[in-house]
Structures are given as C-alpha cells and as structure tokens.
Design a protein around this ligand. Structure first.
Ligand code: SF4
Length: 341
C-alpha cells in the first residue's frame, strides 16, 4: 500500500460509491424537481469494474467504502457487489446508506454477502410528514426496514436525519428515543446547500448549537464525547449515557480533516461534495488500464487536491442554492443524488 496525501496533507481513506443515480423517494432537500436527467445505462459501471477501481483505491490507502445512490438498494443484485467487495481484506469498513424502503426484504442477503454496517436515512416518525417531504407513501416500509437491520445480525446501525426548520426540528428527541428502540445511533445533519438542493435557504438551517439547545430542554445537560476521528459527526452523550451525533456541515465544516471522495455510478470521481468537475475513471478503465495505471490516475488526482468546499461556502456573505436547475439539467453529475450525498 502506498498512501497518498493531498495539498493540505489529508490522506485518501474514505470512498463513497454511488451504485445508481435512481431513487424511489423525492425528498425536497435533494430531489425537489418533477423531472430529472438520468445517467445513460451503458455508462453505469459493472460490479467487476467497481471492484477493479476499489482495488486501485485500496492500494492508495482507502480502507472504508460506503455504497450510496440515489438509492443503492434499487441496483439489481447489489449483494453480488457486496460479496466481491467483502472479499477485499484491506477494507476495514464496508457500509451502505439507504432510505430503507427496500431494506426489510434485502437485509438478510446483504448481511450474508458480508456487508458490515447500515445507515438508514429517516427524517421523520410521522407518516404524513414523510409523505409531504418525500412525495411517497412508504414510511411504514422504512420503519420495517430499520427493524430488519438488527434482526439480520447487523450492529453499529445509524439513522441519518436531515434537520430542516419548519419541517422536523420538533422531532429531534422523538427520533433519538426511536433510535434507542432499534437500536441505532441517530445523527442529525444540518441542511446543506449542495447541488440539487435548489430550494435551500439559510433560514431553514437548524445549526448544531440550536439542536443542542432543543435537546437540552428535554434531557438536561449534554456532554460532548471526546474522541479523535475523521468522521463527520461530532458525538454527544445524554445524561443517561445514550450517544447521538450532529453533522454540522453547514455551520462548522470539517474540510480540514476530510479524507473522503465520491465515485458516481458512471465512474466519475469527485474529490469534494461541492466540486463542479470530476475525474473520469471509467474512460481509462474501459480503455484497458490495469491496476497500476488506475492507481496512477487516482494518486495524481488526489495529490493536487485543494478542495475545501463547505469552508468556502461558509465564507460567502450571501448564500443561495449552489447550482441552478438549468445547469443541473446540463450536467446531472452536479446533483447530490448522482454523487452520493
Ligand atoms: S465540503 Fe468537500 S472538502 Fe469539505 S468536508 Fe465536504 S467533501 Fe470534504
């Protein structure tokens, strides 16, 4: 293994792989439009192609892989990819982020294939709110999916909740209590102005300090958990010992320690969630590049990385949605649902 670092000394450790740009929900903070431009099917990477890229990334230090989408469980026979990846002994962590709709039926097969951990996105416990937020009526399936995770033998399960003012900031404690019953650690994510969030505005952002205040009113004093980690969530402990997380990506970005990058389903590699340009890895792969050649492309891309997207956004005096709809239509790679959130 030959670890690489970028221009700010950040290693390459964490790879998020989008396996499809399709989704079976239409969350207003991610896919608020009626119509979308989808990636051409012929360009979507085969499982063996993804595995070949993971091998090259692994040579450079990537030991954590998370499968995302779109909704990753929409990708047919996903367990086959997991089986291939789980055989890579260098991968310390192999996880998935899903909206949970198809999880109940797939959890046992995912576990049997070697998946380590599951994160489920869940923004509300109220079916009517779920329908308003996602424009779908599958809330009960998501809850059923979450229950199926421990039943299939998974531990260290997470629930990711995007907190939006006027939508769900009154459910923080309820979600924590629900997490206790799964069991799953809840992580609250500040609403972000990434590509695709075309309805974003700063006044809908509930910042970390405000979330903590809301929760202290219910639970009393909350203590930060002291730990050294490049994980995006800061963790906190309730008086009874239960731990939850906050991902303060909008008000307190963590770019300084960011070791993550993203691969789209068609093989374009983005070194930052906010990057407007990616590096094409599908091209060299399909042109016959071997592992060493792919490794060279990735290493040289990472070594020149200077991205600090969220920190740069924080410095803007007036913040509005990152990219306008017309531009998103021209290049769907700019969408968060294409590059895996
Ligand atoms: S904005 Fe970019 S550099 Fe900052 S944490 Fe997110 S992906 Fe990393």
């Amino acid at each position: 293994m030959t670890p690489v670092s970028d221009r700010h000394g950040r290693p390459l450790r964490n790879l998020r792989i989008s396996v499809t740009d399709r989704c079976n929900l239409r969350c207003q903070y991610c896919m608020p439009e009626e119509e979308y431009v989808w990636l051409p099917r012929a360009e979507i990477l085969q499982f063996e192609e993804i595995t070949a890229l993971v091998d090259a990334f692994g040579d450079l230090g990537v030991d954590k892989v998370r499968l995302t989408g779109g909704e990753p469980l929409l990708r047919r026979d996903l367990y086959r990819l997991i089986h291939l990846l789980a055989a890579r002994t260098g991968l310390r962590d192999l996880a998935i982020t899903t909206n949970g709709v198809l999880l109940a039926e797939q959890a046992p097969a995912l576990r049997a294939a070697g998946l380590h951990r599951v994160t489920v996105s869940l923004d509300t416990l109220r079916p009517d709110r779920f329908t308003a937020l996602t424009r779908r009526t599958t809330h009960a399936q998501v809850l059923e999916g979450l229950r199926a995770v421990p039943a299939a033998g998974f531990a260290d399960t997470k629930i990711d909740t995007v907190v939006i003012r006027g939508v769900n900031e009154d459910e923080l404690a309820d979600l924590i209590e629900f997490g206790r019953t799964v069991p799953a650690e809840v992580r609250f994510i500040e609403y972000m102005d990434v590509g695709g969030a075309t309805r974003w505005s700063m006044d809908q952002v509930v910042g970390r300090a405000e979330m903590l205040k809301i929760l202290e009113r219910r639970y009393g004093a909350i203590e930060p958990v002291r730990e050294v980690s490049s994980a995006p969530a800061d963790r906190y402990r309730l008086p009874d010992g239960l731990v939850f997380g906050i991902i303060a990506s909008t008000t307190a970005p963590f770019c300084a320690s960011c070791d993550r990058s993203r691969l789209t389903a068609d093989g374009i590699w983005y070194r930052c969630l906010y990057a407007v340009r990616g590096i094409d890895l599908r091209g060299p792969l399909r042109a016959g590049a071997d592992r060493a050649a792919l490794r060279d492309v990735i290493a040289s891309g990472w070594q020149v990385r200077t991205d600090r997207g969220a920190e740069e956004r924080l410095q803007l005096r007036h913040r509005s949605p990152l990219i306008q709809v017309a531009r998103l239509r021209e290049d769907p790679h700019l969408e968060m649902h294409t590059r895996g959130g």
